[in-house]
Design a protein around this ligand. Structure first.
Ligand code: NCD
Length: 354
């Protein structure tokens, strides 16, 4: 395998990420066998945004592998509060730890970090952009709960605009056979153009629909999401949209008996608590599978020959039009753009150049 960092799951091939999933499934069947695998190794979790599952499951994964964990979950308790740049923090921490899992509100922050780090960087969420380890978790869940990831109709419901878990999972699912995407959202929360283009350029199809009731009877998998309050610039718009989709037993009565309901969690109101008792609800199991997915990822990355990330696109002095992109938020980051189908995209945040 040839991956030094995990920034975007699509940096590796489907065969490569399937090897990580195979290992995660193997670990889940016999976790004790791996209890000494990372003895003496240190994981640093740098969380610039709130997290329960992702951060704790990374720490649990490393502890279950016999290693140790350091880090912060509130940057105000670190030198960030004194004005230290992200890149300086990464240069320092990568001298202490063997592997870093980081979550940051700015898009492209993990990719920028991987160019300066002296150890592997795992993107545990970069703003509203990507969240590849949630995708590994979701794929392990589909494997364990359904068996086969091909020939599925999958509905994504809720905040498809800012939901980074949705973005990463859609990109991965485009590489399986006969996946039908149902995008269930309102016009304000629709999937960004880049991801729609990605679906089409990989010869997959999507349908857009605003009604969960109308979509649910066709689905094999329903991926519910939280409206991402922290990414809204208008409080009024958030309040208008926050309860727009609620899955309850009445809607679930319209679904197939074999449906699987996933949610990256945390949930707010989008799944009624009554649904938790339905055997089709697998979101709490999904959170547990995340530990095995992260154990497999840590083992894989620590087994590689380490290299700093090299930009793949063309270096440029052009500004990215996305104000949430790291190239507009931190000094000294080399801007870079790549081409697909005659269009140019920012390598850090995938925003299309207009
Ligand atoms: C998600 C995230 O942080 O993007 N949660 C997670 O990692 N399990 C989804 C969310 O916060 O809504």
């Amino acid at each position: 395998m040839n991956i030094e960092h995990l920034i975007d799951l699509n940096d590796c091939s489907k065969e490569e990420w399937e090897q990580i999933i195979d290992l995660a499934v193997q670990i889940s069947n016999n976790p004790e066998e791996y209890s000494e695998h990372c003895k003496g190794k240190i994981l640093a979790t740098l969380f610039y945004e709130p997290s329960t599952r992702t951060q704790m499951s990374f720490q649990t994964a490393m502890l279950k592998l016999g290693g140790s964990a350091i880090g912060f979950d509130n940057p105000l308790n670190s030198s960030v509060s004194k004005g230290e740049s992200l890149i300086d923090t990464i240069k320092i921490v990568s001298g202490y730890a063997d592997i870093i899992a980081m979550r940051h509100p700015v898009e492209g922050s993990s990719l920028a970090s991987a160019q300066y780090s002296n150890c592997p960087i795992i993107n545990a969420g970069d703003g509203g952009h990507l969240h590849p380890t949630q995708t590994l978790t979701d794929l392990v869940t589909l494997r364990k709960e359904i068996g086969n990831i091909n020939n599925l109709t999958i509905g994504f419901c809720g905040d498809l605009k800012y939901g980074r878990t949705v973005h990463s999972l859609i990109k991965a699912l485009c590489h399986y056979n006969n996946i039908q995407f149902m995008l269930i959202s309102t016009p304000e929360l629709t999937l960004p153009t880049y991801f729609k283009d990605y679906i089409l350029s990989n010869n997959c199809n999507f349908r857009e629909i605003s009604s969960l009731e109308q979509a649910i009877p066709e689905l094999d998998v329903l991926y519910m999401t939280r409206i991402q309050k922290e990414r809204f610039t208008s409080e009024a718009l958030y309040l208008q949209l926050k309860n727009i989709y609620i899955l309850d037993n009445k809607k679930l009565a319209l679904a197939k008996p074999t449906l699987k309901i996933l949610h990256p969690l945390p949930r707010v109101d989008e799944i009624a608590v009554e649904v938790d008792n339905d055997e089709r609800a697998v979101y709490f199991k999904q959170a547990k599978y995340g530990v095995y997915a992260r154990m497999a990822l840590i083992i894989t990355l620590l087994g590689q020959n380490y290299k700093q990330y090299q930009l793949k696109g063309s270096p440029s002095n052009h500004l990215c039009s996305n104000s949430r992109c790291i190239t507009n938020q931190e000094n000294g980051i080399q801007k870079s753009f790549y081409q697909v189908g005659g269009q140019s995209y920012c390598e850090y945040c995938d925003t299309q150049v207009q």
